[in-house]
Design a binder for this molecule. Sequence first.
Ligand SMILES: [Zn+2]
Length: 304
Amino acid sequence: MSRYGPKLWIPFDSSRVAANTVARLGAMAHWLTVAPGIHQRRYDPFDISIVAIEGDDGLLVVDTRVEPAEGEALLADLRERFDRPVRWVVNTHAHFDHTFGNQVFGPGTATDAAIYGHANIARHFDDFEAPRLAAWRADPRREPDRHWDDVRLTPPTHPLDRAIILDLGGRVVELRPQPEAHTDTDLVVFAPAQRVWIVGDLVEESGPVMYGSGSFPLGWPDVLDSLVAEMRDGDLVVPGHGRVVDREFVARQAGELRLIADRFRAAHGEGLTTEQALAAHDDWPIPVAGLAGAAERAFARLDG
Ligand SMILES: [Zn+2]
């Protein structure tokens, strides 16, 4: 267990930003063992969590990084660290930073892993990730180091509309598609024997929660509350971005999302515009700049 192991993490306290940065830089270079056979590695850009779970029959990998070249680097890191092949990939949701490496692992590759994900991912790709990719390709000078032309959108080979139990050999994991929250493609991986939850961007630790493309600000707190109700003290939660956290952290984030949703509902009920709704408070739990899209999504939903 490294000194950044789960029992020794630094308290969730913004005054510890400097210490957190040190811990983060240390964490980035390693696979951190979260629980026996379950390992997290945090990759830049975006401080994205990749998780590897060891079974007797192979390795399960959660999320695939931002582009095929990063997926290739991930595969090389997995081969260096682990002695078994990648047989399963799971996407926590459709967003590009979690899925654009899929093609490295999927059909037609030497790895040829089964890719599991929410049944809505293919449609989310059509609605959001494909237009995003087209826009980036149309403006290659914006990110000259990126290789967007190489991306082949690769949806799950095993789309899930209900929870399943996957047997990795000597270990089972539950794959649980979630109701609408961070997106309509969220899926939680739960390792019941180790009490480890891998929750994607339903929870973020290294930055504020992200109301990105296709978010559901009104339903999100309900989804987190249901998860919190199932979590026990001592459970470990791997967020989509950042350090491993605990039940209390998730409950706190659920409360923040609840406050935001309640304020949107109240403002809509009073007939305010989204701009007025945001201007009505100066103590939002996350920077207000990150809430404009969320307010629009919430108001559109409330308008029916
Ligand atoms: Zn996301």
